[in-house]
Design a protein around this ligand. Structure first.
Ligand code: SF4
Ligand code: SF4
Length: 511
C-alpha cells in the first residue's frame, strides 16, 4: 500500500491580515504559515520558509472579507463551496481559490477526491461511504480542514462573504511636499513646504483618536510625501509619539516609510532599523530604464543611488520592499527588474501607473515576461499581492480603504481621502475627527463595493480584484463604479499569477 497515493495534501498560505500589515523591516517581519495536512500529523508551520504578501503605496484593501470557519458537524449536509476557481498545476496537483473564504490552496489527487465527494450535498458519513477508499481517517481529517478553510460549507449558508469592520486604520502622512526627484508620473504638485512638528503631532493625535473612536484595533502609518527622508527628523519624532500613543491606548502600531531611496543616509537607515519601521523603495528598472522616468531636476538618474541604498539597507538587516511602477516606458523591461529583486530576495510590487499611457497589451506582455523569470526562481515570499492592487490572499469587496479605513493628512494638516488627490481636502486635523470627516465627505468619487460595480458583479476575480482603483476608473471612464481600465490585463494575468503561487507553495513546502 503506497500511502503517498492516499494521503490528502493541502497546502495553503494563511489568510491572516497580519501578514500584510507586518511592520518590521527585517526577518521577523515574515510570518511562517505553510499548512500541510499529511496523514494524521499535527498541523505544522514550516520552520524555514518565509512568506510575505507584498505591500503597495495605496491604502490596503479593506481587511474585512471575513471568513467564519465552520467545524465539521457529522449530522448536517455539507457541500463544496460555490464559485471555486480551480486549475491544474503540475503532475496530479491542482490549485483551488475560494472567493468566499480562505485564499489559494494546492491539492493532491486524494485531497481533491475528498473535496469532490461533496459536489452534492452530503453529511460526512455519506461522503465517506461514497469514497471507495480505505483511509477514512485521512479523509475525515481532510474534510475537517476543508470546512475550516471554507472549501466545504453547510448547505443553506449564504454565499455572500461576511464583511466586518476593518481592524486597521491606515494613515498617509505627507511629511513634506518637497522631493529631490522629478518622476515622470508623479501626482504631487511639489513645493518646498514641509510638515512642521506641531502639525505632525496633531495629525498623529487625531489618527489615534479616530482609531479609538471608530473601534479599530491597529494603526498603520505611512510616512510619505514628497520624499520623507528630506524631513527625516520629523519622521522619527512622529514615530516616537505614535509609539507612546500605541502603548498607552493598546492599539497595535505598524509603520512604513515610502522613499525614493536617493537621500537615505547610513544614520537614517540605522534609525529605521532600530525603530522597526518598514522601508519601501521605488525602483522602476535597471540603469537607464529606471533613470528614464526617475531622475533629479537636473536630469541626473537615480538608479545608482537607489541600488547603493538597497545594498546598505541589506547590510543592516533591513529588507526593503521594492515598489515598481509600470509605465509604457519600462513595461518591456520588467523581467530584468524582477530578476534584480529575486536575486536579492526582496519583496516587490508591480504598480500599474495611475494615469494614461500604458495599454493592456503592453502590460500583459511585460508582466508575462516577468512571470517567466519568477517561475525560474520562485521566491519564498508570496506572490498573491505583487500584481498592482490585487490582494489574492483573502477576499475583499473594496479595492482600498478610501472612505472606510484610510485617511490622508497633507503637510498643512488638511485631511484628504486619497493621496493621489491631495487637492481635494475635506477637513483639518486640528478640528476634525479625520475618519469622520472622510466618511461624511460627498461630491467626490465613490469607493463602492465590487458588488455595486457594473461589469464586475459576475467576475470570477471580483473578491480579489474588487474592480481596481475607483479614482482611476472615474478619470478614464467617468464612473468610479466601472471596472478598472486595466481589467483586461488583470483577467489575463491573475490565472498565471495564481498558478505561480501554487508552484511556489509546492516548491517551498519542505523548507
Ligand atoms: S476590474 Fe475586471 S478583473 Fe477586476 S473584478 Fe472587475 S471585471 Fe473582474
Ligand atoms: S482611490 Fe485609487 S489611488 Fe487612491 S488609495 Fe484607492 S486605489 Fe489607491
Amino acid at each position: 500500500m503506497d500511502t503517498s497515493d492516499s494521503v490528502p495534501l493541502i497546502l495553503r498560505l494563511s489568510s491572516s491580515d497580519d501578514i500584510v500589515e507586518s511592520d518590521c523591516a527585517c526577518a521577523s517581519d515574515f510570518a511562517q504559515f505553510l499548512f500541510q495536512v499529511s496523514g494524521l500529523q499535527q498541523e505544522s508551520d514550516c520552520a524555514c520558509a518565509d512568506f510575505h504578501i507584498a505591500d503597495n503605496d495605496c491604502a490596503c484593501a479593506d481587511d474585512n472579507g471575513a471568513h467564519i470557519p465552520h467545524a465539521l458537524d457529522n449530522t448536517i449536509a455539507w457541500q463544496r463551496a460555490p464559485a471555486l476557481y480551480r486549475a491544474p498545476l503540475v503532475g496530479d496537483y491542482e490549485l483551488a481559490l475560494n472567493s468566499f473564504a480562505t485564499g489559494l490552496v494546492v491539492l493532491n489527487a486524494p485531497a481533491r477526491r475528498v473535496l469532490d465527494a461533496f459536489a452534492q450535498p452530503r453529511t460526512l458519513p455519506q461522503a465517506l461511504a461514497a469514497l471507495d477508499w480505505f483511509a477514512h481517517a485521512y479523509a475525515t481529517r481532510a474534510a475537517r480542514e476543508f470546512a475550516a478553510l471554507g472549501l466545504l460549507r453547510p448547505v443553506g449558508v449564504s454565499n455572500i462573504p461576511t464583511h466586518t469592520q476593518p481592524r486597521t486604520l491606515t494613515a498617509w502622512l505627507h511629511i513634506t511636499n518637497a522631493c529631490n526627484l522629478r518622476c515622470a508620473y508623479c501626482y504631487v504638485d511639489k513645493t518646498n513646504e514641509a510638515m512642521d512638528e506641531r502639525t505632525g503631532i496633531a495629525a498623529v493625535d487625531a489618527i489615534f483618536h479616530s482609531a479609538q473612536a471608530h473601534g479599530f484595533r491597529a494603526v498603520k502609518l505611512k510616512y510619505a510625501g514628497g520624499e520623507p527622508s528630506l524631513n527625516f527628523a520629523l519622521v522619527m519624532k512622529l514615530h516616537a509619539h505614535a509609539r507612546h500613543l500605541a502603548d498607552s491606548s493598546g492599539l497595535e502600531l505598524r509603520e512604513v516609510i515610502l522613499s525614493n531611496g536617493v537621500a537615505l543616509t547610513d544614520a537614517m537607515l540605522d534609525a529605521i532599523r532600530d525603530a522597526r519601521i518598514r522601508l519601501m523603495l521605488s525602483l522602476d528598472g535597471i540603469g537607464a530604464t529606471n533613470d528614464a522616468q526617475r531622475a533629479s531636476a537636473d536630469g541626473r538618474g537615480s538608479y545608482a543611488r537607489i541600488v547603493h541604498t538597497i545594498d546598505r539597507a541589506l547590510a543592516r538587516g533591513i529588507t526593503p520592499h521594492l515598489s515598481i511602477t509600470v509605465t509604457a516606458r519600462n513595461a518591456n523591461h520588467l523581467a530584468e527588474t524582477v530578476a534584480f529583486a529575486l536575486e536579492r530576495e526582496l519583496p516587490f510590487n508591480l504598480n500599474f501607473v495611475r494615469g494614461s499611457g500604458v495599454s493592456n497589451a503592453t502590460l500583459i506582455r511585460g508582466v508575462r515576461a516577468a512571470l517567466a523569470v519568477i517561475e525560474n526562481n520562485l521566491p519564498k515570499h508570496s506572490l498573491l499581492g505583487v500584481l498592482d492592487l490585487a490582494r489574492l490572499d483573502q477576499p475583499h469587496a473594496y479595492t482600498c480603504g478610501v472612505g472606510h479605513s484610510y485617511v490622508v493628512i497633507d503637510h498643512r494638516g488638511r485631511i484628504a481621502r486619497c493621496h493621489t488627490n491631495l487637492a481635494r481636502t475635506v477637513g483639518d486635523v486640528r478640528h476634525d475627527d479625520p475618519l469622520l470627516a472622510i466618511q461624511s465627505a460627498r461630491g467626490d468619487f465613490e469607493n463602492v463595493s465590487v458588488e455595486q460595480k457594473d461589469g464586475c458583479r459576475e467576475c470570477t476575480w471580483r473578491y480579489w480584484c474588487a474592480g481596481g482603483c475607483p479614482l482611476l476608473s472615474l478619470k478614464t471612464t467617468g464612473q468610479s463604479n466601472a471596472p478598472s481600465p486595466y481589467c483586461e490585463a488583470y483577467k489575463a494575468l491573475y490565472p498565471e499569477l495564481v498558478r505561480l503561487e501554487g508552484l511556489r507553495l509546492l516548491r517551498w513546502q519542505h523548507n
